[in-house]
Each structure stands twice: as C-alpha cells, then as structure tokens.
Write a protein that binds this ligand. Structure first.
Ligand SMILES: Nc1nc2c(ncn2[C@@H]2O[C@H](COP(=O)(O)OP(=O)(O)OP(=O)(O)O)[C@@H](O)[C@H]2O)c(=O)[nH]1
Ligand SMILES: [Mg+2]
Length: 213
C-alpha cells in the first residue's frame, strides 16, 4: 500500500513485476533504468542471481518532485519467477499498489504463463490484496522471437479481461515505457481517491503517468 508522509511531503508507491521464470522481468527494470533521466533514479539493485535467474528480487527506485512539491517515489520490484521461490514471491508482492504481469510470448511458455498468473492471483489473496481491485497490466514480452503466439491469439485469450495488454520486446526496450505508463494509469484512481492527489497537489492522471519518465 502506498505510504504518504504529510510532514515530509512524500508519497511512496510499490509496484511489482511478476511472471514466470525468464519472461523478462529483470530486463524490464534494466531497460527502464536506462530510459529514466539520471536525477530521477537510484541504482538498480539486483539481489543475487544465478545465471539469468533472480534468486530474491530486484529493486529500482524512481522519484520525481511534482510542481506542488510532492516527492513522488516509486519502488519497482521483480519477483523470482522460478516455481521454487514462492515464499519470496509472496513477500515481494505484499502491499503492492500495482502489478505488471510479464508473460513470455513463446508458444512453449503458454502453460507457464497461465500457472504463473494463477499463482499471482493466489498469492495476492494470501497476502491480503483484493485481486479484483488490484491494478494489473499484462505485458506479452519477447515479441522479437520466432515461435510466438500471434497478437490475435493473445488478444483472443486476454482481450476480454479487465487488464490492459501491452506487447513488448524488453531486450531492445520496445514496450517497456508503455507498460510502465499503463500501470501508472491503472494505479492512479486509488491513489487519487486516498491521497487527494488532484485537489491537494494539483496533479492530473496524465501528469502522474508522465511523472517518472
Ligand atoms: N529475445 C528476447 N529475450 C529476452 C527479452 N526479454 C528478456 N529476454 C532474455 O530472457 C532471459 C531472461 O530474462 P530476465 O529478465 O532475467 O528474466 P526474469 O523474468 O527476470 O527471470 P527470473 O528472474 O528467473 O524470474 C535473458 O537472457 C534476457 O536477455 C526479449 O524481449 N526478447
Ligand atoms: Mg529476474
């Protein structure tokens, strides 16, 4: 859950990149880190990996000061996708304000995507998040590869869901910013309702979505 500190004028928002092993969650954070202006970001913290595999989590802190003087801080986490690390996934997901679900577009990964999405819903429940109301954006990554689901196939499976869909090739940065901006848009209404971002800070949804980049 976002934390607002009235005295210090800071709002901290927690966002989590979730998905099956090797779908590209860490790569999304690395590319975002490349995209953001230096004064708006901290170092990308990669907590121990084995090969490409995240063992704990990654953390990218982003921050921007709004014209009203609010210090808006985003903490972007990735979970470890490997099935065995479920305890860590739960801990990282706890108190999230929004989630990017990074699916792997490769045909052979369809079952893993489905299982990981079910795992997200189950873990959200376990850590006390209302999954029905949790802001989620679904990213289909690795669009540059050969044996992938077509956009039509993906849309026929996911298009009728409430979650915005973004196609990406995080390795070369395609769709990475778009995904993040889509998540900020999803996260905005709850933050505005809780912290009166519009009335107290003169922020609009568009300002907020543009905030971190
Ligand atoms: N071709 C291609 N490869 C990608 C893309 N995104 C990520 N990869 C590669 O996929 C592998 C796994 O990427 P990671 O970002 O480490 O995956 P992850 O989701 O963090 O994996 P875990 O930490 O195990 O959950 C790496 O070799 C990446 O370079 C993409 O868009 N296209
Ligand atoms: Mg990773």
């Amino acid at each position: 859950m976002a934390e607002y500190n009235e005295a210090r004028q800071t709002l901290t928002v927690k966002l989590v990149y979730y998905g099956p092993a090797l779908s590209g969650k860490t790569t999304n954070l690395a590319r975002l880190h490349d995209l953001v202006r230096p004064q708006q970001k901290g170092d990308l913290l990669v907590m121990e990996t084995m090969g490409d595999r995240t063992l704990y989590f990654d953390l990218l802190p982003l921050g921007v000061r709004t014209p009203s003087g609010l210090d808006l801080r985003f903490k972007l986490f990735t979970v470890p996708g490997q099935v065995a690390h479920d305890g860590t996934r739960k801990a990282v997901l706890s108190r999230a304000d929004g989630v990017v679900f990074v699916a792997d577009s490769q045909r052979a990964q369809s079952i893993n995507n489905g299982e990981s999405f079910d795992n997200l819903a189950a873990n959200a429940l376990r850590v006390g998040l209302d999954f029905e109301r949790l802001p989620v954006v679904v990213q289909f990554n690795k669009r540059d590869l050969a044996d992938i689901l077509t956009e039509e196939e993906v849309r026929s499976r996911w298009g009728a869901t409430p979650w915005p869909l973004v196609f990406a090739a995080a390795l070369d940065g395609r769709g990475v910013h778009e995904t993040f901006a889509a998540l900020l848009k999803e996260v905005w209404p709850a933050l505005d309702a809780e912290f009166a971002m519009t009335s107290r800070h003169g922020l609009s949804a568009a300002d907020f979505a543009a905030a971190a980049l």
